[in-house]
Design a protein around this ligand. Structure first.
Ligand SMILES: [Zn+2]
Length: 637
């Protein structure tokens, strides 16, 4: 994912004893699960479960810690309409006083099947309780939203026999395999799987649906499944299809093997969902704006999403930090190694976007320059090191943008891109260009061919494998990087790869695409702030201000609203022109801001003109282009 306390541990332990009594665990009969998506457009998913039980106390729990989300889900607030029934009669349940994800009941004598029904109310907009998963024409079903399971059980041990009903005329895709035995008209029945596999295999459904073959003629099927809010949005060009096929080819070549029966990219395109991605072994749940393939700026900013989630099948799903490899969804996760789980994935997501042809070398450099400059400029690292951003993952995913320069964000994504680039360049240097980080990936992630399993690791395991590729003091290197307080970001990888971070007045192309697709203006490298562009819900509000910048020194803070520049109603063009003029006039830029009900003119002293980051050739070998070039054979057009 691009977006994890032990406080329930004791409670779970207690409940574990009681649950073992009531569920007929010995025969391991599956829980029959029927999910009805026909009300998806009304933002309701209906679920019915049938648990094989015996008389006695029973506790069922709602999944709390979802793999890849690294933090507890708050979706339970929308789990509604909960009924327990046995032999046609209502059975009373009581939510646990401490662990609100647990439901206790007493199964009466003679009841062998406990029927549980649940309605999941989908959020329409992002808020504090979950994220939207359906629009009027698209539905994504992460099964964890609609299931309970016996408390204390291992997710691998609980079996589910799932089936689905989708709105008439809608199509769907999932990594789960159909049985072909449909119970009723319009009901699709899937293979019986463990709860682990169920949660790991979301379903994408939609009125406008298209599937692309990404590995034609090959033994292992790879597909791109798109469900969108319009038919036009499901179309991708031949060039983009070729890039997707190259992505599969490049990634398979990188690892040498895989851990799935087949792979399905599930891509939901709707302006009513949040751009996001969640990794799985055999699929990925990717979400983007409706016009992702139609708008070049949106594609530019989101195109590394698909490589990122695909790479996770190896790094995150198969190989997983021990603290994130939990036995069920109630056990808390530890995120300290997310700079490997997410960081290495972010690095390769970027490089595979380039190797596949989605980004040109120049686009890659602009992306890296924007990332490096952003991290280099923010002072939050003076109090918070990179490891703490990983440990704090369950806090930082939900943190607001305001204050992020000082708070820091989930920097174990972007900063690790710089760190793993440095690792790659060190391996290449130490091995005299005979080895690279690709060799580490082959050794670390390329084992257990064809098996769908989790192989947990520690930092010692990472370091040990690194040393078999290129002996170096990797322990010290990683300790230095993840505990650094700066100043500045780790730029050694950029330097080692033949480039340096420079600034000039020409806008960074990746930054420009982000500004256009996100409707914001980023003058953080000159004035020191970002602001929402005019129009839209959050128009004119200052997103963040960098402590110590010209804007901060002038008293500007996040949440204020920009009204005027040098006495004239502001627009992005007027703001850019004022920065340019101040370079020669040496007059402060007068910014009128509204702070709640009060207006004030802030005099911003910024005379350096516009400043945007770029990578400039430093004279040595261009190792970056070597890393980013196509590695596998070019796929046929
Ligand atoms: Zn991720």
């Amino acid at each position: 994912m691009r977006l994890a306390a032990a406080r329930t541990g004791i409670v779970c332990g207690i409940i574990f004893v009681s649950c073992g009594i009531a569920v007929r665990g010995q025969d391991n009969a599956p829980v029959k699960l029927e999910v009805d998506l026909r009300d998806a457009a009304k933002r309701v998913y209906h679920s019915k479960m049938e648990f094989p039980v015996k008389a006695g106390p029973l506790t069922l729990v709602y999944p709390k810690w979802i793999p890849g989300e690294h933090s507890p889900t708050s979706a339970i607030v929308d789990a509604t309409g909960l009924h327990f029934r046995g032999s046609g009669k209502e059975i009373a349940w009581r939510r646990d006083d401490v662990d609100v994800y647990a439901f206790h009941c007493e199964v009466p004598g003679g009841v062998t099947v406990l029927e549980v029904t649940l309605d999941y109310l989908l959020p329409v907009e992002s808020g504090t309780a979950g994220v939207p998963s359906a629009s009027a024409r698209v539905a994504v079903l992460p099964w964890n939203l609609v299931v309970l399971y016996p408390d204390g059980a291992r997710a691998d041990d609980v079996k589910f026999a799932p089936s689905i009903r989708v709105p008439e005329g809608w199509k769907f895709a999932t990594a789960l395999q159909l049985t072909g035995n449909n119970r009723a008209e319009g009901v699709a029945e899937f293979e019986t799987v463990s709860l682990t596999t169920l949660v790991d295999s979301p379903l994408l459904a939609g009125a406008f649906f298209k599937t692309y073959d990404l590995a034609p003629g090959q033994k292992t099927e790879h597909r791109l499944n798109i469900a969108a809010d319009s038919s036009a949005a499901t179309a991708i060009s031949n060039e983009e299809l070729q890039h997707m096929r190259q992505l599969v080819s490049e990634t398979e070549a990188l690892f040498g093997t895989h851990h799935y029966r087949h792979y399905d990219f599930l891509l939901a395109l709707s302006d009513h969902l949040q751009p996001n991605g969640l990794e799985h072994h055999e699929s990925s749940d990717n979400r983007g704006p409706e016009r992702m393939w139609l708008d070049p700026d949106t594609l530019e900013t989101l195109v590394d999403l698909l490589p990122h989630e695909y790479f996770h099948s190896w790094n995150g799903k198969y190989r997983r930090p021990a603290g994130l490899a939990t036995r069920n969804y109630q056990e808390p996760m530890k995120g300290d190694l997310l700079w490997v789980y997410e960081g290495l994935t972010q690095y390769y997501g970027v490089m595979l976007a380039a190797r596949s042809g989605f980004w040109s070398p120049a686009q890659l450099r602009e992306t890296l320059a924007a990332t490096a400059a952003y991290l280099n400029d923010r002072p939050g690292r003076t109090w918070r090191d990179l490891e703490d951003t990983a440990i704090s993952t369950q806090l930082l995913y939900g943190a607001r943008s305001g204050g992020s320069s000082w708070r820091r964000s989930v920097d174990y994504y972007d900063e690790s891109t710089l760190i793993w680039l440095e690792v790659d360049t060190i391996i290449r240097k130490e091995s005299k260009a005979q080895k690279s980080l690709d060799d580490f990936c082959k050794k670390f992630h390329g084992t257990d061919a064809g098996l769908i399993k989790v192989a947990p690791y520690t930092l010692d395991d990472v370091v040990a494998t690194m040393n078999t590729v290129a002996p170096y003091d990797w322990n010290k290197f990683f300790e230095d990087r993840i505990h650094s307080h700066g100043p500045g970001a780790p730029l050694g990888g950029i330097t080692n790869s033949g480039w340096k971070l420079t600034f000039n007045e020409a806008m960074n192309e990746h930054q420009r695409a982000e500004e256009d697709s996100d409707h914001m203006v980023d003058v953080s490298f000159s004035l020191g702030f970002t602001v929402h562009a005019p129009g839209g819900d959050e128009a004119n509000s200052v997103i963040d201000v960098i402590p110590g910048s010209a804007a901060a020194n002038a008293g500007i803070a996040p949440g204020m609203h920009l009204v005027a520049v040098n006495g004239r109603r502001w627009s992005p063009d007027i703001l850019h022109a004022a920065i340019h003029t101040a370079k020669t006039s040496k007059e402060p830029i007068e910014l009128l801001l509204e702070n709640d009900d009060y207006y004030r003119v802030h005099s911003v002293e910024c005379y350096g003109g516009e400043r945007y980051p770029h990578l400039t050739a430093a004279g040595g070998a261009d190792v970056l282009s070597e890393i980013a070039k196509r590695h596998a054979a070019q796929v046929a057009k």
